[in-house]
Design a protein around this ligand. Structure first.
Ligand code: 2GW
Ligand code: MN
Length: 293
């Protein structure tokens, strides 16, 4: 019988974390391998990376990655992001890194494996950082419509202020993929920083998880639907002179509340190195500039 990546997930979870080191027993949000709606939550050691890679190579899977490096974020982060992504992101699969920047001439030249490419696209620099962040949704949607959906099975969208430390592989691919925010993984839901202003389109009272907008992805269609939803609601908020608490992240959380992701990435996939009790696959380097806002 053919083994699909999904079936592989039914394998017993070998338990990376002995219960004795858990801060409290039955900590659903630390170790669960399924969401309440049965989407797999991917933790290291709960899958066989070779099976996933084999299945995706056979299927001819191709992946686009989008990243924005506007203004000083280019010098500060892009080289580390791209170099580490080439080392750890979907190794062995064809990947194109789509870099959106206001300074195309300054994009570093990275040595790439065969079938892997960097594509640079010039974008304008919005004066407010909130707009630099939020308007990514518009650009992502347009690029999927124009190009990505003809060339790639999946698209993954990343913050640039991050560095890949370990495998971020084909186990992360799925129809609609959200990442659990490390900071909120053990906090009671009342503390999730959803938008609580009824005037904003991102307003929500309750949710499932608090997701991190620094890493999301899925099929081209699903990511386009997410980006369109967020962009539309961001623009409607502007017309009403409101802005969601955490900008695009608030809208993304609302989208994933209304449209459940089919796969969740554990916080291992977007870790904060200041929290020292878990795998560091992708981290935000705190020694680099990271403005407090
Ligand atoms: C961002 C904040 C303050 C000043 C500048 C910028 C900035 C962001 C910039 O000058 N140039 C730039 O290219 N960006 C892009 O926007 C870059 O890709 C960056 O990773 C992304 C989000 O900004 P970042 O990483 O500083 O925000 P975080 O790490 O606090 O991100 C979370 O919240 C954001 C909304 O406030 C987004 O939802 C983000 O996806 C979340 O991870
Ligand atoms: Mn960031």
């Amino acid at each position: 019988r053919e083994k699909t990546p999904q079936l592989d997930l039914e394998m017993e979870y070998r338990g990376r974390y002995p219960t004795s080191i858990l801060p409290c027993s039955a900590d659903h949000f630390l170790t669960a391998t399924r969401s309440p709606w049965s989407a797999p939550i991917i933790w290291e050691l709960m899958f066989d990376p070779r099976l996933y890679d084999e299945a995706h190579k056979l299927a001819g899977t191709s992946v686009a990655l989008t990243v924005f490096a506007v203004g000083r974020y280019l010098d500060a982060y892009l080289n580390t992001f791209l170099t580490s992504a080439e080392k750890h992101f979907m190794v062995g699969l064809p990947v194109t890194f789509y870099v959106f920047t206001d300074q195309p001439e300054k994009v570093p030249n990275i040595t790439l494996a065969p079938q892997r490419h960097v594509k640079v696209i010039k974008v304008e620099k919005y004066s407010r950082w909130q707009d630099i962040s939020m308007m990514r949704m518009k650009t992502i949607s347009e690029m999927i419509e124009k190009e990505l959906r003809h060339k790639f099975n999946y698209v993954f969208c990343f913050d640039v202020d991050q560095e890949f430390k370990e495998r971020f592989g084909s186990e992360a691919l799925g129809e609609s993929v959200a990442t659990i925010h490390a900071h909120f993984r053990k906090l009671p839901k009342e503390l999730y920083t959803y938008d609580r202003n009824p005037k904003s389109k991102a307003y929500m009272e309750k949710g499932d998880y608090y997701y991190h907008a620094a890493v999301f992805g899925g099929s081209c269609d699903k990511v386009k639907a997410l980006a369109d939803y967020c962009y539309l609601n961001i623009m409607e908020d502007k017309l009403n002179s409101v802005e969601a608490l955490w900008h695009d992240e608030s809208h993304l959380n609302k989208y994933f509340w209304l449209n459940k992701p089919t796969k969740l990435l554990s916080p291992e996939y977007c870790w904060d190195p200041y929290i020292a009790d878990m795998k560091n696959i992708l981290v935000t380097p705190h020694d680099a500039l990271n403005p407090v806002h």
